[in-house]
Design a protein around this ligand. Structure first.
Ligand SMILES: [Zn+2]
Ligand SMILES: [Zn+2]
Length: 361
């Protein structure tokens, strides 16, 4: 029997979101219905509402979620009703050219549910990142459910589903930060702070946080920053060189998505170092760099998609580290709110007042 539940919907470009009745079909083959316990508010949700992703309105927002599997379709064997899961947007297919090359973390044909959730009048919803989790229950592909230790609180665990994983993975997976490395992170929002935390977890010895907001730099210290640089007051590249014996960092992580900060990351890096871009640029942006510098500085310029994570490998491991007190996930939760608080949370996010507001169902 299809179920009626509450969900946060963006009906039209730029319009405030509203809580609507939505219809969840029973799971078909390869699908699961998940009862949502908590879901973080991410910039991407706001981006959907503003029409910045595509114009397939109405959107069912929310995608950083943890919950409990309620029911599964025929043939689903990896998860079962009652399992505590984090939802991911990288349900790997196992058969695309990247999966076949043994690199499922880049899977080019990830799975989502095939059936549609709808509004009460039958209008099909587009779930954010193929998830849609600001709701009591959602329908996803079973592969989007990653089982983790239920001892981790849902408002904390759910954050691994998107932004925090992107940052942790930018340092640990894409940047391959190792013991004793020096790391600089440009932009200290949720993703940037997670990159700092990832660098700390990976054993980096110098971890430099760069931002233009002193408040954010203060927060960054909770996530492993050993030094902070306010780039509105001093030259970030010079300061980073100074902090690293004149050399620059081994790994420079750009978590803003602006040409200017990318350029700073490019020049703040030591010879043969790595630049990781995890901030998302807009389609109009261009970057100009002296070609000889790209060659002459060597190393690598990489982009990090979703922290190059493999949910089945990374989520349970990171939750275990959190439960052991070795990974600060709690620090990302600025506040918990109700399902009707998403619009207000968008305003706080735009003002930079919060790292994450988390909807608790
Ligand atoms: Zn694949
Ligand atoms: Zn997100």
């Amino acid at each position: 029997m299809p179920q009626e539940v509450r969900g946060v919907v963006a009906k039209a470009k730029g319009e405030p979101v509203s809580v609507e009745t939505i219809i969840i079909p029973d799971p078909g083959p390869g699908e699961a219905v998940v009862e949502i316990k908590a879901c973080g508010v991410c910039h991407t949700d706001l981006h959907y509402r503003e029409g910045g992703i595509n114009d397939e309105f109405p959107f069912l927002l929310g995608h950083e979620a943890a919950g409990v599997v309620e029911s599964v379709g025929d043939d689903v064997t990896d998860v079962a009703p009652g399992d505590y899961v984090i939802l991911n947007w990288r349900a790997v297919c196992g058969s695309c050219r990247s999966c076949l090359k043994g690199k499922p973390q880049y899977c080019f044909a990830t799975h989502n549910a095939t059936q549609k959730m709808t509004l009460a009048d039958g209008t099909e919803l587009s779930p954010a990142l193929g998830i849609g989790a600001f709701c009591d229950k959602t329908l996803v592909a079973a592969g989007q459910c990653t089982k983790v230790d239920p001892a981790a609180k849902p408002e904390v665990a759910g954050l691994l589903g998107c932004g925090v994983m992107a940052g942790l993975g930018a340092a640990m997976n894409t940047g391959d930060v190792g013991r004793g490395d020096s790391v600089a992170v440009f932009g200290c929002g949720g993703v940037g702070d997670a990159a700092l935390e990832g660098a700390r977890l990976a054993g980096a010895s110098i971890i430099i946080a760069v931002d233009i907001d002193d408040q954010k730099l203060e927060w960054a210290k909770k996530f492993g920053a050993t030094h902070t640089v306010n780039s509105s007051k001093e030259d970030a590249v010079e300061k980073i060189r100074e902090l690293t014996g004149g050399n620059g960092v081994d790994v420079a992580i750009e978590a803003v998505g602006l040409p200017k900060t990318y350029e700073q990351a490019f020049y703040a890096r030591d010879l043969a170092g790595t630049v990781v871009l995890v901030g998302v640029p807009n389609p109009e942006m261009k970057i100009e760099l002296p070609f000889i510098e790209i060659f002459g500085r060597g190393g690598s310029l990489k982009s990090s998609w979703y922290g190059d994570c493999l949910p089945s490998r990374d989520f349970p491991m990171l939750i275990d580290l959190y439960l052991q007190g070795r990974l600060n996930l709690e620090g990302f939760v600025s506040e918990t709110i109700g399902i009707d608080g998403v619009e207000e949370a968008f305003h706080k996010m735009e003002q930079g007042d919060v790292l994450r507001s988390v909807v608790v169902m």
